[in-house]
Every structure is written in C-alpha cells, then in structure tokens.
Design a protein around this ligand. Structure first.
Ligand code: PMP
Length: 361
C-alpha cells in the first residue's frame, strides 16, 4: 500500500528539475505591466489576423504534418532548400528535439551562463550533463573557455546570440572563428531568437557556408520580432542530415494549423516586422539612455530587452516590481531582465525605477 501511495517511478533527475520560471502571482487588483517575457508589444498585422481566422475554419482537420507551405517559405526566405528547414512548436521545442537526437545519459552540453533558462531544463530532460561556462565580466560569451570546455563527451555547444538575458552580441567573424575551433563531431547550436533586432534578415552564422559546416544548427523564432509568441512557432536551419534527426525526434503535428498559416503570412510581412523592430530599438535606446544617465549600470544590449546586473539586489527588485505591478524577470543573485514594451509601459517602468536607488533594490 505504501508503494501505491508513492505512485509511478519518475527519473530522480526530472523530479528535481527547477521550474522554467518560478511561479509568482501579482497581488490581486494590481494592473500588470508585463515586461518579463521579451514579447513584441505591437498588435499583429491585419493580414496575420486574417490568416488566423481563415485557418480557424479548418480546425476539425489535422494540420499539414510537414508544414510544407511554411517550410518552403522559410527555405525561400533564406535561399536554402526545404531539407535545410525544420519547424517546431516554438524554437525551444526544436532545441529540445535536437538535443534528444544527439545526447544520451552521460553526454555533455556546453553553453554560456547566465543564458536562456530553458537550456538546463532541456539538457537534463535529454539526460545530458550541463557544462555552464560563465560569461565574462562584461556579460559577453567567453568563447575561448567554451571551446576549452569541449571534451569527447560533448555532443553540443550552444551559443545564444544575442544572449538572453544580458543582450550581448557575437559578431559573425567571431562566431565563424569559434565554430572552426569546435570538432566537427560536436553540434553547434546558434540560438538567434533575437537576431532580427540586430540586422534585418541577417544571420550571425554565414548560411552560404552551411555545406562546409554540417554540424551547425541555427534556431529562429516567430515569437519575438514577428510577434507570434502566443502561437508557438519556431524553426531551425541546418544540414539535411541534422535537420532529419530533429524532425524524427519531434512530436507529430507539433505545429498547429493556425500557427502554420499565421507564420507564413508574418514572414511575408517583412516591412511590418522591420517597423516594429525599429520602434522597439528606438524605445530601448530612450529607456536605456535615461536609466544610464540616472546612474544604472546596463551592459550593451542588442535585443528587445536589457539587463540590470544587480547581483544580491536582483530578487528584491523583481519582487518590488511584482508588488507594484511592473513584471520584470529576476534571476536571484545575478540580475534583472527588462523587456522593452510600448512607450506607455516603458514610462511606467521608468517611473518605478526612478523611485529607487540605482544599482540596488
Ligand atoms: N531562445 C531564446 C534565447 C529565448 O529567449 C527564447 C524565448 N524566451 C527562445 C529561444 C524560445 O522561443 P520560442 O520557443 O518562443 O520560439
């Protein structure tokens, strides 16, 4: 009977996994300004909303298993073939599928830290051991230390460019040099969730070199600059062999019909995306300049967010934000990440921070 009470056996490493974001509820009755998830605050383009409505009338049917139209459109956008493209239920799902295809229990995954909070979770879920390489003092990737951390057990190295949550950027030259130093049997994941905020339609990895780097996968998302976070759709680009491996570990029908239709239209609306990116960058510069003038330390950022490296004050500032209705992402003992919202939301944030001592809580 006692065994019955315990229930099913669960892998101990999974039972001890921390939550993606520790649950925190704002006090009742407080209106929230949500600047905690790096979303695009702009309304979706009318053509995208129309595509959602059209696709909605077909939801009694399964979606296209291979997301053929969206895959073709992404391939054409990047001047690649459909065999170079896998789409998924957000780029985080693709990162997870790719690791599952590469690593078994006892293998390593190397990535910078602090970085995207899903990396330790997907590594552990795949059974792999996380090798976290600390960022340098200026919050940039320590690429030399990351290359040095690769062993014969390493199956993948993740580069986050620009890095979430610090915002720092690796240039194409630095990235290509780094990839050269990684053994070809080790996959390099280039997570470019925020790359549209850096250069329109550019890619930090030189895609014309893809044939020479069959170990590289570039991850992109429709959740940020394209403004489709609620639909969950992302993609990865790479050599057909690696792409086939990602597809074979993916859950069937992972990208729903509405997401497929909307993402295809959003990709065609490049002008809308560029305009929204430009607005976000202008707002970011306004906010960051004002805060720096007030004495806040903020590392250079290339995303739709910025970072306050507050160390021991981080958790307190995030908690104060929650109490006052300004939702920002705190990383205890490390820093606070703030997403750029609408002008009004950013004003609310500035007001909240103006009432505090810079660089403390
Ligand atoms: N990579 C990075 C660096 C991110 O910050 C995020 C979202 N927070 C993702 C990937 C995942 O994006 P999505 O699953 O929405 O495509």
């Amino acid at each position: 009977p006692s065994e019955k009470k315990l229930g099913a056996y669960i892998r101990p490493d999974i039972e001890s996994l921390p939550a993606y974001v520790p649950g925190a509820r704002p006090p009742a009755g407080v209106t929230m300004t949500k600047l905690s998830s790096n979303e695009n605050p702009a309304d979706p383009a009318p053509a995208v909303v129309d595509a959602v409505h059209r696709a909605a009338s077909q939801i009694n049917r399964y979606p296209d298993l291979y997301a053929t139209n969206l895959t073709d459109a992404i391939a054409e956008h990047w001047k690649l073939t459909p065999e170079n493209v896998a789409v998924g239920n957000g780029s985080v799902a693709l990162l997870s599928h790719a690791l599952t295809a590469l690593a078994v229990m006892g293998d390593d995954v190397v990535y910078p830290w602090r970085s995207f909070e899903a990396y330790p979770i997907i590594a552990q879920a795949a059974g792999a051991t996380s090798i976290q390489v600390p960022l340098r003092e200026d919050a940039s990737h320590d690429l030399a230390a990351m290359a040095a951390a690769v062993t014969e057990r390493t199956r993948a190295v993740i580069v986050c460019n620009p890095n979430n949550p610090t915002g720092n950027l690796i240039t194409r030259g630095e990235l290509m040099d780094f990839i050269e130093t990684i053994p070809p049997t080790v996959a390099v994941f280039v997570d470019e969730a925020y790359q549209e905020y850096v250069e329109d339609a550019e890619c930090s990895f030189d895609l014309s070199e893809l044939a020479n780097y069959p170990n590289v996968l570039v991850f992109r998302t429709f959740s940020k600059a394209y403004g489709l976070a609620g639909l969950r759709v992302g993609y990865c680009l790479g050599d057909p062999r690696l792409i086939a491996a990602v597809r074979s570990t993916s859950t069937p029908f992972g990208v729903n019909a509405i997401a497929q239709a909307a993402a295809q239209v959003a990709l065609g609306e490049q002008e809308v995306m560029r305009r929204q990116v430009k607005e976000a960058i202008e707002e970011r510069e306004r906010v960051v300049t004002e805060l720096r003038e007030a004495g806040w330390r903020i590392p250079p950022t290339s995303g739709n967010f910025f970072y306050l490296p507050l160390r021991e004050h981080a958790a307190k500032l995030a908690a104060a934000g929650l109490d006052e209705g300004v939702l920002i992402r705190g990383y205890a003992g490390d820093g606070v990440r703030v997403t750029i919202g609408t002008a009004a939301e950013n004003d609310r944030l500035l007001e909240f921070l103006a009432a505090r001592e810079p660089n403390s809580s």
